[in-house]
Design a protein. Structure first.
Length: 86
């Protein structure tokens, strides 16, 4: 055995992980676009500290995540959403 051999980690089985992705909430309601004026909606996709929640956590699909990102950035410019929280 080579000296630098890594300790064998316990292999994660598929049981540990969530098998199914959370469906994108925008796709469910067949949203064509995400409005920057919809602040209450966008607030769900912004963390406590004002960061945009990543797709792997929010479950948003790639297409809608892109829209959320632009919408949040627009909303920030007109001060609907914070850049950071103090
Ligand atoms: Zn979607």
């Amino acid at each position: 055995m080579p000296p630098k051999a890594k300790k064998s980690k316990v292999k994660r089985t598929t049981k540990d992980r969530r098998p199914k992705r959370k469906p994108c909430s925008f796709c469910i309601e067949k949203a064509v676009d995400v409005s920057y004026r919809d602040v209450n909606r966008l607030r769900k996709y912004v963390s406590e500290r004002g960061k945009i929640v990543p797709r792997r956590i929010s479950g948003t699909c790639a297409k809608h995540q892109r829209m959320v990102t632009t919408a949040v950035k627009r909303a920030r410019i007109i001060a609907f959403l914070p850049y950071t929280s103090e």
